[in-house]
Design a protein around this ligand. Structure first.
Ligand code: ATP
Length: 447
C-alpha cells in the first residue's frame, strides 16, 4: 500500500467560554490511532506572536504530522473537518477556525519563513493564502478564516532547535466550568522530585500551583518539561481528585524565548514585536496606579518607556531599584499606545549589565560627638545639636549608598510569564539545533 505523509495545521477553534484547540488534537489523535496511522512526531503546540490583538489566550496553534495509507486520504481530511466543526465555538464572533493540509514529506522553506514571521511579528491572511495557492495545499476556513494563518504557521515550525514538552490532561464533560480538583501537595512534591527538568509548576513567590488553568476550557492541568519521559513521570506523581478523561504529550516551543528578537538600537523598535534591546536608564522608575513601575531607557538613537506590571513580581521589585545611568538589556513586547504613538516595552526580563554608584550628600559629623551636624542654611556652615560647636568650613559629605540589587538576569514571576518566556530553570538545558528529535516514547497519549 502506498504511504502518504500529511501535516495538519489547526488554529482558532476556541473562545473564552468554550473549547481548546489542543483538545481537538487530542480527539483527532484518538480517532487516527484507530485508523492505524503512524504519528511522525508528537502533536506540535506552536505558540505564535504573543502580541497579536486577535488571540484568545496564549496564541497557540497546532500541527499533527502523520503517515497513512493513501487510500484513507479523504477520510483523514473529512474526520479533521468534522471534529473541528463540531468542537469549535463557531457562534462566537471572534472564533475563526482554520485548517491547512500539507501533503508533502518536507515542509517548504517559504512556509518555514512564514512561521518565523508569525512568531516574531504580524502576518496577513493574504500572504497565507498566497502560499496555500503556490504549494497547492488544501485548506478550510470558517467564519472570517483568520485561523488559516495560525494553521499554516504551525505546519512551518518543525521545532528543529530548542523545544520542550507539555503533557496536557483533559476533564470529563460534566466537570467543565467547575472548580478543578487536583491535590495541591502532590504538585509541590512532583515539582521537587522532577526539578529542574520540569518547569512552571508552581509560582514560588505566592506558593501557588500554576499548572491548572482557571477558565471553562477542558484542560485539567498541563505539565511542562524537557523530555516526554519526564513530563510523563511527573504526571504519575500528580494526584487528581477528578477523573482524567484523556491526556496527550505535545512537543512545543514553550519556554524557549523564540519570540524575542535582538534589536540593535531603540529607533528600530516596532509595535507588536518582542525584543531584546540595550539601553541606559534615562528616567528614574516611578509607580503609577495599580502599582505598575515605569522607567525609560535611551541610546544614541532614541528613548523608550519600559513597564514592569504589578503581577511581574520580582521583576517589578528589581525595576524599582534601577537609577539613572544604570545599563540594562530589556526583554519584552513593544506596545504602541494610541495617544501620541509613544512606544512602551512591556517587560518580561531585565538583564542588569552595569550599576552606577548611587550617591547621596549628607551633613558632616561633629568631631567631638560623632553626631551628624545640623545645617545653618546655605553657605552658613553647620552646628552640633549636642555640644553646640559650630563649623563654618565643613562641606556636605558624599555617601555611596548600597544599591540593594546585583547585576544579572531578572525574570517576571512564573504566574505572569508568557508561554514562550524561558524560565530560569531552563537556562543551560536548551537543546541545540543539531540534536536528534529522538524516538517517540511508547505511550504518549491516552486513549
Ligand atoms: P488558545 O491559546 O486558547 O488556543 P489563542 O490565544 O491561540 O487561543 P486564537 O483563537 O488562535 O488564539 O486566535 C489567534 C488568531 O490570530 C488566529 O486566527 C491566528 O490565525 C491569528 N494569528 C496568530 N498569529 C498571528 C500573526 N503573527 N499575525 C497575524 N495573525 C496571527
Amino acid at each position: 500500500m502506498k504511504k502518504r505523509t500529511i501535516h495538519i495545521g489547526i488554529d482558532d477553534t476556541d473562545s473564552t467560554r468554550k473549547g481548546c484547540t489542543t483538545h481537538i488534537i487530542a480527539l483527532l489523535v484518538e480517532k487516527f490511532e484507530k485508523l492505524n496511522v503512524k504519528f511522525l512526531d508528537y502533536p506540535n503546540l506552536i505558540r505564535l506572536n504573543p502580541n497579536v490583538p486577535w488571540k484568545t489566550r496564549g496564541n497557540g496553534a497546532l500541527c499533527l504530522r502523520i503517515e497513512y495509507d493513501s487510500e484513507i486520504d479523504d477520510e483523514i481530511k473529512q474526520i479533521t473537518k468534522k471534529v473541528v466543526e463540531t468542537h469549535s465555538d463557531l457562534e462566537f464572533e471572534n472564533t475563526n477556525p482554520g485548517i491547512v493540509f500539507l501533503n508533502k514529506k518536507d515542509v517548504p522553506q517559504d512556509i518555514k519563513k512564514f512561521s518565523k514571521k508569525a512568531i516574531e511579528g504580524i502576518v496577513s491572511l493574504k500572504t497565507a493564502n498566497k502560499l496555500i495557492k503556490k504549494f497547492e495545499l488544501d485548506s478550510i476556513g470558517f467564519n472570517n478564516s483568520r485561523g488559516i494563518i495560525g494553521a499554516l504557521a504551525a505546519i512551518g515550525e518543525e521545532l528543529d532547535c530548542d523545544h520542550t514538552f507539555e503533557l496536557i490532561t483533559y476533564r470529563e464533560i460534566n466537570n467543565l466550568g467547575k472548580k478543578r480538583k487536583v491535590d495541591k501537595n502532590s504538585i509541590f512534591l512532583m515539582d521537587k522530585l522532577t526539578e529542574p527538568f520540569t518547569f512552571n509548576n508552581i509560582d514560588l513567590e505566592k506558593s501557588r500551583v500554576i499548572i491548572t488553568p482557571r477558565g471553562p476550557d477542558p484542560i485539567l492541568f498541563g505539565i511542562r518539561g524537557e523530555t516526554a519521559l519526564i513530563v510523563k513521570k511527573a504526571f504519575s506523581l500528580v494526584n487528581s481528585f477528578e477523573k482524567i478523561e484523556k491526556w496527550v504529550i505535545f512537543r512545543t516551543n514553550q519556554g524557549t524565548d523564540v519570540h524575542l528578537k535582538k534589536v540593535e538600537k531603540l529607533s528600530l523598535l516596532k509595535p507588536f514585536s518582542s525584543v531584546i534591546v540595550k539601553g541606559t536608564i534615562s528616567n528614574n522608575p516611578y509607580i503609577i496606579p495599580l502599582r505598575h513601575v515605569i522607567f525609560s531607557i535611551k541610546d544614541k538613537s532614541g528613548e523608550v518607556d519600559c513597564a514592569a506590571y504589578e503581577p511581574t513580581g520580582l521583576l517589578r521589585k528589581a525595576a524599582r531599584k534601577l537609577i539613572v545611568s544604570d545599563q540594562v538589556e530589556v526583554y519584552g513586547a513593544v506596545k504602541q499606545h494610541k495617544a501620541g504613538k509613544v512606544l512602551t516595552i512591556n517587560l518580561e526580563k531585565i538583564r542588569i549589565l552595569n550599576l552606577s554608584p548611587k550617591i547621596e550628600f549628607q551633613n558632616p559629623v561633629c568631631s567631638n560627638c560623632e553626631k551628624r551636624l545640623k545645617s545653618l542654611g546655605k553657605n552658613k556652615g553647620f552646628r552640633c545639636d549636642k555640644c553646640h560647636k559650630k563649623y563654618q568650613h565643613k562641606q556636605k559629605e558624599e555617601i555611596i549608598i548600597n544599591r540593594e540589587i546585583k547585576k544579572g538576569m531578572y525574570i517576571t514571576s512564573a504566574r505572569s510569564q508568557r508561554h514562550l518566556t524561558k524560565p530560569f530553570r531552563r537556562y543551560g538545558l536548551e537543546k541545540t539545533c543539531y540534536e536528534k528529535k529522538g524516538i517517540m516514547i511508547d505511550k504518549w497519549h491516552n486513549p
